[in-house]
Design a protein around this ligand. Structure first.
Ligand code: AMP
Length: 622
């Protein structure tokens, strides 16, 4: 194998770096546990604010005491290391008490997004064999069938328990959490992450990114997405203040901007989709100005977005790359001084291999599948030995360690960084969420009359992808019935914006589905965003309806003509999701010159389009 000089030098440096004894292990080469590091921080800064939400907060001491009390209660329910405790609470200070409480009890947490449909939640609780479910007063009713397992974090009697730290029962090789990601077989799969991987992430990130007790980080990500760990456990182990974004801040770019300013957050972790939305829908981006660090990751970052964000902030900008299976982030690139995007180099105790079809490392800068080894590696998929064997290569003769096949196409650059070139399978990211298209297809196929189904992700307006479902059926199918069927088991972000019935699924010459030959859902119309300077108060009801329909047409992927919109349609039926809803709100506010109320900013507020139109009319005419 011939390599040019720069490539061999880089490999040598990599080799040397890997020989350095990791300094965060104990003398017996055991990792500490993340909550032990947080307990040490509690000793150092007991009175500093650990978490805050809209004016209420918990200091490090208070958070520690409360989570100890909860942990005692969890232990009393007989929970052992490697047992799973499901957490489903609304975004609150208690969410942090729950996370820490489970770890201190010695168990592993399974975070569940309350927005998930009932069927998915029940599946996760049953598949994981969760021993305990931590819920709150608002969510408790959703677990009636698991009544005996539920602890409600709002119950006052929990806080009669002892506030002192518990004796340690879990080891670094025990599970810290399980996160479910979309599964190609039609059901989500649980990725098992051990304590040592979380602590490795802590040091791997703090090696490369300046994070200290003086910083304030936003907890913005939904609980079921693994990057949430970087906004919760990691900052707490480093003494930062964590400002929680609530459900409204997550959905509404204006509230998010206000929160960044109000909380004085200076560290932000964000997906490119959310960052794009923040930039597109705020006239004033003062909120980005005082940031010190922006970690962008979870999906490909474009050079255009990188350039755009630099125009608003002098913060250091990092591109973060990693799959859930290797613990949040595996590589980091500092792009502050750069115009081109790559995913940088691996964090400590992490090895990257780029392999060819024969599972051999590629030479030079050839393209291949990106594989990851090291201390961040997951134990595998819960209850899925076959899938685990397929995705994790354990042939030690080839790589001297177990490695995870990411399904990402990548290549080494001459400077030793890695460039990510897209996917080699049907996994896509929609608004930062990881989706296996086969999971949606399998779900569509369960709808009786459908014979075949294919789902594709299409580049839509403002570079945001949307899903389009194609199906074959003998008889006409009601799209609302089909959608209703999907809503029962798929989260919102997995619902296709468009359903198209076709005669047959096109195939390539070798018999595979020819996704490129699928008919596009229609040419997306030109943005007709020009302002109509007509006086809003004098507008007739029909004009208001027409304007709103135009805005929907211009915002929702797959809608090309206003005739496709029936005012009696549900918002979700025409493909309006939480992100497109906010875009429509911003357009309406700009056009009619009024601000939506707090409650109306929530897309769940209006079920059918007519209700939204009536609300706008009432606001204009008042
Ligand atoms: P998840 O398990 O949800 O974190 O998704 C992991 C996948 O997201 C990776 O395998 C990549 O396909 C994609 N991904 C994550 N971060 C990046 C990034 N910075 N650049 C490109 N793709 C990314």
């Amino acid at each position: 194998m011939r390599r040019n000089n720069s490539h061999s030098m880089v490999s040598r440096i990599r080799q040397l770096l890997q020989q350095i004894q990791p300094w965060h292990k104990t003398k017996n080469n055991e990792y500490r546990l993340i909550y032990e590091l947080i307990e040490e921080q509690v000793e150092k800064t007991p009175n500093a604010i650990a978490v805050e939400l809209k004016g209420s907060y918990l200091t490090y001491r208070e958070l520690n005491s409360r989570s100890n009390q909860l942990a005692w209660k969890i232990r009393k329910m007989g929970v052992q290391p490697n047992d799973i405790v499901c957490i489903m609470v609304k975004r609150s200070l208690q969410m942090f008490v729950a996370l820490l409480g489970v770890l201190k009890a010695g168990a592993a947490f399974l975070p569940v997004d309350p927005d998930f449909p009932e069927e998915r939640i029940v599946y996760m609780v049953e598949d994981s064999n969760a021993k305990v479910i931590i819920s709150d007063a608002e969510m408790e009713y959703r677990f009636l069938s698991f009544k005996d397992k539920v602890i409600c974090v709002d119950e006052p009697d929990i806080y009669d328990h002892d506030t002192s730290n518990l004796n340690k029962v879990a080891k670094a090789s025990d599970l810290a959490y399980v996160i479910y990601t979309s599964g190609s077989t039609g059901k989500p799969k649980g990725v098992m992450i051990e304590h040592k991987s979380v602590v490795n992430l802590l040091y791997g990130i703090s090696d490369r990114i300046p994070l200290s007790e003086h910083n304030v980080i936003l907890a913005l990500t939904t609980i079921s997405f693994d990057i949430f760990i970087l906004e919760t456990l990691i900052p707490l182990a480093l003494g930062l203040r964590v400002a929680i974004a609530d459900e409204n801040d997550q959905k509404n770019p204006k509230s998010l901007c206000n929160l960044i300013m109000k909380s004085s957050a200076d560290i932000l972790q964000i997906t490119p989709s959310r960052l794009q939305m923040l930039i597109n829908h705020n006239k004033n981006l003062e909120c980005l100005k005082n940031l010190k660090v922006v970690m962008i990751g979870g999906e490909p970052l474009s050079e255009v977005l990188l350039e755009q964000v630099k125009g608003y902030t002098n913060a250091r900008i990092f591109n973060m790359y990693g799959p859930t299976e290797t613990t949040v982030w595996s590589t980091v690139a500092d792009l502050t001084q750069r115009n081109s995007v790559d995913i940088g180099m691996p964090i400590r105790n992490t090895q990257i291999y780029i392999i060819n079809e024969n599972s051999k490392p590629v030479t030079g800068g050839a393209e291949g599948e990106l594989c990851i080894g090291g201390d961040g590696l997951s134990r595998g998929y819960l209850n899925r030995p076959e899938l685990t064997a397929q995705k994790f290569i354990t042939d030690l003769s080839a790589f001297h360690e177990k490695i995870y096949r990411t399904g990402d196409l990548a290549r080494w650059l001459e400077n030793g960084n890695i460039e990510c070139l897209g996917r080699i399978d049907n996994q896509v990211k929609i608004r930062g969420y990881r989706i296996e298209l086969e999971e949606i297809e399998n779900c569509i196929l369960k709808f009786g009359a459908v014979k075949q189904a294919v789902v594709t992700a299409i580049d839509g307006k403002e570079s945001i992808k949307y899903l389009c479902a194609y199906f074959v059926s003998d008889d006409e199918i009601s799209v609302s019935d089909l959608r209703e069927h999907l809503v029962k088991s798929l989260p919102n972000y997995m619902l296709p914006a468009y359903f198209i019935r076709i005669d047959s699924i096109p195939q390539t010459l070798n018999g595979k589905i020819d996704r490129k030959a699928l008919p596009p859902p229609g040419l997306i119309s030109e943005q007709s965003n020009q302002k109509n300077h007509q006086n809003a108060e004098t507008l007739k009801s029909e004009d208001i309806e027409l304007k709103i329909k135009e805005m929907i047409r211009d915002t929702v992927d797959g809608i090309t003509a206003i005739e496709q919109i029936d005012v009696n349609n549900q918002l979700t039926e025409v493909g309006i999701n939480s992100i497109t809803y906010i875009k429509i709100v911003v357009l309406i506010e700009g056009q009619f010159n009024f601000e939506f109320g707090e409650a109306e900013l929530n897309n769940g507020r209006f079920s059918i389009i007519k209700e939204l139109i009536d609300y706008v009319e009432s606001m204009i005419k008042n």
